[in-house]
Design a protein around this ligand. Structure first.
Ligand code: NDP
Length: 297
């Protein structure tokens, strides 16, 4: 392997310790104790793990953590009432409703109920609109984490060609917007893209957010490119024993690492940064709700 490994675990640890320092300063110097509320509906196993991690890490950085588990049969009206209650609660600076929601609930209707100032996931249309028109809103956590790692690794990205593979509202589109704001020349690829290998081969920066194990082939990567792999895919791993599985990303890691200058691993790359950025967003939300200058922390 010739590429440098971008260590998301270590980077996330640094972000969390910065957040913990800011939380302490907010409490000691401004009398404000940031609070994050997490709402989960139903028993989706992966969501339960994510929520447990979020709640634990919220407490570890010294924030108030409010955690609401609602039954899978909860109706939309009840969930929206809960969100409105949290909007009105002054102890709550950030609200996160864990997705996916059960099929009988309209996710968009729930997200649009969250006060945009408390929307620490950055999914509210007001925040996506702000991101598309110059910033100032809450930025979705996963793309924010990717951007921070890219900036740390590359410094100024002006004029670099970036390809984002995937155009979801939670990863692909906001990622492309952030790269555009960083003065990259950005291409967004998706399932209808005609020649994906050629699009990837032209890019100095590749961000893969597809949800298909190792579909971005190593041989497509331009030598010297920087690769961020957002994908989290669980595949069978018979070499570890019967019924065992392992996690892989959307990029063919071993082959890509022979050509890239730097690459994020899976696991241990983008994943740990997502929760760290959620905590960072909660501090940002607390500062703006209380008209506190970040420089005063
Ligand atoms: P979505 O399923 O919402 O979007 C996938 C995107 O990939 C779509 O835009 C789709 O195109 C595109 N796509 C699918 N097949 C192809 C193909 N053959 N060629 C090119 N593009 C294709 O996924 P998400 O954005 O929510 O997530 C992507 C991955 O990132 C998943 O593995 C997910 O688990 C992971 N993830 C990781 C997070 C983390 O914390 N590390 C957080 C969030 C997600 P089209 O629009 O045309 O259908």
């Amino acid at each position: 392997m010739t590429a440098t490994l971008i260590d998301g675990k270590a980077f996330a640890q640094k972000v969390r310790s910065d957040v913990a320092r800011d939380v302490k300063s907010l409490r000691d110097n401004h009398g404000v104790h940031p609070g994050l509320a997490v709402v989960i509906v139903g028993e989706d196993a992966a969501s339960q793990v994510y929520v447990r991690n979020k709640v634990r890490q919220t407490a570890e950085v010294g924030m108030q953590s409010f955690h609401f588990e609602m039954d899978a049969s909860t109706d939309q009206k009840t969930l929206i009432s809960k969100v409105k209650e949290l909007n009105a609660d002054p102890r709550v600076n950030g609200i996160l409703v864990q997705l996916p929601l059960p099929d009988h609930i309209d996710e968009a209707a729930v997200i649009e109920t969250i006060n945009p100032a408390k929307d620490v996931d950055g999914f509210h249309v007001v925040n996506s609109g702000k991101l598309a028109t110059g910033g100032g809103g809450m930025v979705p956590c996963t793309p924010l984490g990717c951007l921070m790692m890219l900036q740390d690794n590359l410094g100024d990205m002006s004029g670099l060609r970036a390809v984002v593979v995937g155009r979801s509202n939670i990863v692909g589109k906001p990622m492309a917007q952030l790269l555009l704001d960083a003065n990259c020349t950005v291409t967004i690829a998706h399932s209808r893209t005609k020649d994906l290998p050629a699009e990837v081969a032209a890019a100095d920066i590749v961000v893969a957010a597809v949800g298909r194990p190792e579909m971005v082939k190593g041989e497509w990567i331009k030598p010297g490119a920087t690769v961020v792999d957002v994908g989290i895919n669980r595949i069978p791993a018979p070499e570890k024993g019967e019924g065992k599985t392992r996690l892989v990303g959307d990029v063919e890691f071993a082959a890509a690492a022979e050509r890239a200058r730097a690459i994020t691993p899976v696991p241990g790359g983008v994943g740990p940064m997502t929760i760290a950025c959620l905590l960072k967003n909660t501090v940002t939300a607390t500062l703006s709700q209380n008209n506190i200058d970040p420089a005063s922390l």
